[in-house]
Design a protein around this ligand. Structure first.
Ligand code: DC
Length: 218
């Protein structure tokens, strides 16, 4: 973790567990920048597909990685990410990106590059960062860690309601079984079961956990 006074709140969990909404609402309540790390993996996936690169060809993906510029920052409390100056916008959540992002995010060189960008946020600001390995790899020393979980049926229904074609169970299996930085409950993380929370009660539960973890910003 950075030696400055900025801190990170890590929110990890499987796809469609509600962690993005929770992180965004928590960020609004606490006045902190919310960083969606999944959007970074999605942006690299979008770029690879756009360049007709086979996501299973890791050498080709790494070659692409070495020639693109990735810039991450924030606009108000929301993180932003551009590739070669372009914000992919809604294309980040397309069916093809959903189907290929797990493969791209299993490539260690992709993770190294994006983890460095994720850590660099603390040079400028404190963050709430959501993803899969934020508490385990990106900020292992932060005391503020929540693992958001929800029943598989609840998660699938949430994605369907969003109108997305996304094989959540398949993506979770790939994200949990990969060798590099798999989805795990990080050391020190408290599990928040989000299956039956409303957005507001979920945020309240998260704030209680963070208080117990010693966050004095509350
Ligand atoms: O949070 P999300 O569903 O938008 O993330 C998309 C994919 O990105 C997810 O299936 C795995 C990958 N990811 C990752 O490997 N590590 C992260 N910290 C965040 C996302």
């Amino acid at each position: 973790m950075s030696s400055n006074t900025h801190f990170a709140i890590a929110i990890d969990g499987p796809a469609a567990s509600g962690k993005s909404t929770l992180a965004r609402k928590l960020a609004e309540r606490l006045g902190l920048v919310m960083v969606n790390s999944g959007a970074m993996y999605r942006a690299v996936t979008w770029k690879a597909l756009k360049e007709n690169i086979d996501p299973s060809d890791s050498a080709a993906v790494v070659a692409l990685l070495n020639r693109i510029e990735i810039e991450c920052g924030h606009d108000g409390l929301t993180s932003t990410c551009t590739i070669d100056g372009v914000d992919p916008g809604d294309a980040l959540r397309s069916e093809t990106v959903n189907a290929n992002v797990s493969m791209i995010s299993a490539i260690p060189e992709v993770r190294d590059r994006l983890v460095a960008l994720q850590r660099s946020y603390l040079d400028h600001t404190s963050v709430i960062m959501e993803g899969r390995d934020i508490g385990s790899v990106v900020f292992p020393d932060t005391p503020y860690k929540i693992y958001v979980d929800a029943d598989e049926a609840v998660r699938a229904a949430r994605r369907a309601k969003m109108g997305e074609v996304d094989s959540v169970a398949q993506r979770d299996a790939a994200d949990s079984k990969r060798t590099t930085a798999p989805l795990i409950v990080a050391n020190g993380a408290v599990i928040l079961d989000n299956s039956h929370h409303t957005i507001e009660s979920g945020v309240d539960a998260a704030i209680e956990i963070l208080k117990q973890q010693g966050l004095s910003h509350l």
